[in-house]
Design a protein around this ligand. Structure first.
Ligand SMILES: Cc1cc2nc3c(=O)[nH]c(=O)nc-3n(C[C@H](O)[C@H](O)[C@H](O)COP(=O)(O)OP(=O)(O)OC[C@H]3O[C@@H](n4cnc5c(N)ncnc54)[C@H](O)[C@@H]3O)c2cc1C
Length: 240
């Protein structure tokens, strides 16, 4: 674990409330993390109630093999301290990166097929995992269940759809819970046990990774319990 002074190399407005922030720092080439882990981000203006510096946790969305930048996928939340700073961030601004942290990550070698479940920006750590698996042309089967409210909140749409058409071992299942556009071919409404069963016939042989807000994570956990998936095969990360 280390602390690094990072510069913002690029900011991409990925959705109305979500920015992809790419960071680079001198030690990036030797910075090691496992796909799914997070970093703590500090900023000179980010202070707690007592005036002391505080940090916020963000999952790394880029793969460990991506040595040009470290990508974060940041949702701007109303009234949030870092969110307020984030609105004004621009290229070449400096932030502090500390890490890596966390146990929500892929194993070093892939013995099982996977099922990934993402709610909104919960897709961030799973993107890191997907990029890593893509590097080896998806050596095991992976289904990503991705839920978001409106089509405009469909993060990483192009990359995910390209992976879906290129790799037979990767299946993308999207659902748009609130407003669907004309011609929407994904699901509508929330995922259900039956919907999950349609795409994974062997749930108890897979490793499951769930990331999103607390409600999303607990509802998917309850579905997996109904499908008799053992606890040790379920990994979760929840925020918000
Ligand atoms: C392991 C981990 C990984 C994460 N990864 C990501 C990620 O990849 N992407 C991402 O977008 N987020 C991620 N998060 C969440 C992130 O760390 C922040 O919590 C989030 O960005 C909000 O930070 P903020 O400073 O903007 O909001 P905060 O200032 O922390 O406020 C959060 C919310 O609480 C409300 N609030 C604040 N103070 C009060 C108060 N006194 N009374 C009532 N309400 C209050 C605010 O209005 C806001 O809605 C992750 C969290 C964890 C733990």
């Amino acid at each position: 674990m280390g602390t690094y002074a990072a510069k913002i190399s690029e900011i991409i407005q990925e959705a109305p409330q979500v920015k992809l922030i790419r960071l680079s720092f001198q030690e990036l080439k030797s910075f090691k993390f496992l796909p799914g882990q997070f970093v703590m981000i500090g900023h000179s203006e980010l202070k707690g109630e007592t005036g002391l510096p505080v940090q916020r946790a963000f999952s790394v969305a880029s793969a460990p093999s991506q040595k040009d930048y470290l990508e974060l996928c940041v949702k701007i939340v109303e009234g949030g301290k870092f969110s307020k700073i984030c609105r004004g961030l621009k290229k070449n601004d400096t932030v502090e990166v500390k890490g890596p942290f966390g146990k929500f990550h892929l194993p070093q070698d892939h013995k099982n097929d996977y099922a990934f479940f993402a709610g909104g920006t919960g897709v961030a750590p799973l993107m890191s995992m997907l990029h890593e698996l893509k590097k080896d042309r998806f050596p095991v089967k992976v289904v990503l269940f991705f839920t978001f409210r409106e089509p405009q909140d469909y993060l990483y749409k192009k990359e995910l759809e390209e992976m879906n058409t290129t790799y037979s071992n990767f299946t993308l299942v999207t659902t748009c819970t609130s407003k669907q556009p004309a011609g929407w071919e994904g699901m509508k409404g929330r995922f259900t046990v039956d919907e999950i069963k349609k795409f994974i016939q062997d749930p108890n042989k897979r490793m499951h990774y769930i990331c999103g807000n607390n409600d999303f994570v607990s509802s998917i956990k309850s579905y997996l319990a109904a499908l008799e998936v053992s606890q040790e095969n379920i990994h979760t990360e929840a925020w918000g």
